[in-house]
Ligand binder design. Structure first.
Ligand code: NAP
Length: 338
């Protein structure tokens, strides 16, 4: 479990010089921290690399430290915190090819200092994550999860005009915080539902939606949806003050990173101020079973499955493998972070 409110890693101040490229040699070790869907890892085996895959659901830090020893390449998931200690155990490590677009689980500055390249998988998971954002929005606004439980629990006795009334999306204002790949894909979908779109990002874009300050957006939006990376600047971006600055009866959707939001304050806001929240990511993550969020009927929580379409997850593996091979072969990787 990630610690509550742990600040994200230091962000690098300058690009990594990269350790000297080493031609791929037979038997060089690549450690993959989980099994991945598809056949992408076969490409590494075909190149003669020794691919070691952790097959369990969890990878405790002690085991990560042991198994990374001797690896030149590492493919971690969002749940593996890759810090300086991990990097120092893997003395010959040249590349950390993240199986995600978010890289807040990697100490990027430590990687840069050690000349280790870090790559990620942008783009291939955009549509899947935007789909899940809309799924959560519809689930919260139309009380889908509550309704399903109501029916399954035998409470459905009659049709009634006032049963499980929710919010109509048509005509609501969607405020997107972060307007990169996923934010823009969500905007397109929202338009199809008749929503009005406004957004906030670091810089205005040549897009047909109004650019607002975060404070203006929170005041105007009926739905706020988060799509920024987790960085030192965005950590707890939605603090208590901002959560309560949202419109009374508004919805919060978070498919970005849990630590963008003050979880304790969100629980309070959901007890009267907000209509509901749809969360694919939480802080801490995974959310412990006894967490108060699970007891709120207006909170819909999914276990970080934003990119969990089979095709998407296979493509993420292909992109991670291509990035990893590029670094080991001395080529510039297609998706560098550091
Ligand atoms: P992206 O294309 O890089 O877009 C990020 C957006 O965030 C940009 O518009 C950027 O603004 C904005 N931003 C960055 N720092 C900001 C700040 N301090 N204040 C306001 N806006 C800020 O990233 P993406 O591909 O859309 O992915 C976004 C995030 O979604 C990822 O980093 C990841 O953490 C998360 N994600 C989650 C899942 C999941 O499974 N739930 C799946 C995929 C991604 P500018 O354009 O002005 O720079």
């Amino acid at each position: 479990m990630r610690p509550t409110g742990a600040p994200p890693w230091r962000w690098p101040s300058s690009p990594s010089p990269g350790r000297n490229p080493t031609p791929v040699k037979r038997g060089m070790k690549v450690f993959v921290t989980r099994t991945l869907p598809g056949k992408a890892l076969d490409r590494l085996r075909e190149r003669g690399l020794e691919v070691e895959v952790h097959r369990g659901l969890f990878l405790p830090k002690a085991e990560l430290l042991k198994r990374v020893e001797g690896a030149v390449g590492l493919i971690p998931t969002v749940e593996d915190r890759i810090d300086a200690e991990v990097m120092d155990r893997a003395k010959g490590l040249k590349v950390i090819a993240c199986y995600s677009v978010g890289v807040d689980h990697v100490d990027l500055e430590a990687a840069r200092e050690r000349g280790i390249r870090v790559t990620h998988t942008p783009g291939v998971l955009t549509e899947a994550t935007a789909d899940l954002t809309l799924a959560l929005l519809l689930a919260v606004a139309r009380r889908v999860v509550e309704g399903a439980a109501y029916a399954r629990d035998g409470l459905w006795r009659a049709w009634h005009p006032e049963l499980l009334l929710g919010l109509d999306l048509q005509g609501l204002t969607l405020g997107l915080v972060g307007m990169g790949r996923i934010g823009q894909a969500v905007a397109k979908r929202a338009l199809a539902f008749g929503m009005r779109v406004v957004y906030h990002a670091r810089t205005p874009k040549p897009l047909p939606y109004p650019f607002l300050s975060l404070e203006e957006l929170l005041k105007e939006a009926d739905v706020v949806s988060l799509h920024t990376p987790l960085t030192p600047e965005t950590h707890r971006l939605l603090n208590r003050e901002r959560l309560f600055a949202m419109k009374r009866g508004a919805i919060l959707i978070n498919t970005a990173r849990g630590a963008l939001v003050d979880t304790e304050a969100l629980v309070e806001a959901l007890r009267g101020h907000l209509f509901g929240a749809g969360l694919d990511v939480t802080d801490p993550e995974p959310l412990p079973q006894d967490h108060p969020l699970y007891r709120l009927p207006n909170a819909v929580i999914t276990p970080h499955i934003g990119s969990a379409g089979r095709t998407t997850r296979e493509r993420m593996a292909e992109v991670a493998v291509e990035n990893l091979l590029a670094v080991l072969e001395g080529r510039e990787p297609p998706n560098p972070v550091v």
